[in-house]
Write a protein that binds this ligand. Structure first.
Ligand code: FES
Length: 172
């Protein structure tokens, strides 16, 4: 059992209503990630304790799903739409311009300073905005930004990396 700290107590309170052996494990993982931003080793150990499992088993289950993160998220996540309507409007060029501006090699990476990451997103039906991205700040907002050009993408990525707010960048 992990040593009790302020953080383990917080995790215990998030999952207190989830019971072992009733299929609640994925919901508990989601609840902890939603509150804490990611699943730390400590969180996995607390969840394992509650579900009467080994930490490695809990990690094995969670790592099967792309939705779960095991490292702290970047301050801002740029979710790039990989859907077909965006692709026909040069979304690959938009993605490459953003990655190059942030000095990243591929999606899934985050900047060394933890300021920005770029991940792949799926079409959610707002194709009239193609090509588009969503700008997400952990638990604060998720803003779609569409009809992108390479120049607009570069301006956006530069601004987000320097810590500017999305409204400030778009209106500046
Ligand atoms: S394909 Fe990008 S929003 Fe639909």
């Amino acid at each position: 059992m992990p040593l009790e700290t302020e953080s383990t107590l917080r995790i215990r309170s998030i999952i207190k209503d989830f019971k072992p052996n009733n299929g609640d494990l994925l919901a508990a993982l989601y609840a902890v990630q939603h509150e804490m931003g990611y699943l730390s080793k400590e969180a996995l150990a607390v969840i394992a304790d509650q579900f009467k499992m080994f930490t490695a088993e809990v990690y094995g289950m969670a790592s099967f799903y792309e939705e779960y993160r095991f490292d702290p998220p970047a301050k801002t996540t740029i979710r790039w739409c990989s859907g077909p309507a965006c692709r026909t409007r040069n979304s690959a060029g938009i993605r490459d311009a953003i990655l190059a501006t942030l000095d990243l090699n591929e999606t899934g990476e985050q900047t060394e300073d933890g300021q920005c990451s770029v991940v792949v997103g799926q079409c959610n039906g707002t194709c009239e905005l193609a090509p588009m991205i969503w700008v997400e700040e952990h638990k604060t907002y998720e803003l779609p930004v569409g009809k992108l050009t390479a120049a607009k993408s570069i301006k956006l990525a530069r601004g987000l990396r320097s810590g500017s707010g999305i409204g400030e960048i778009l209106n500046g």
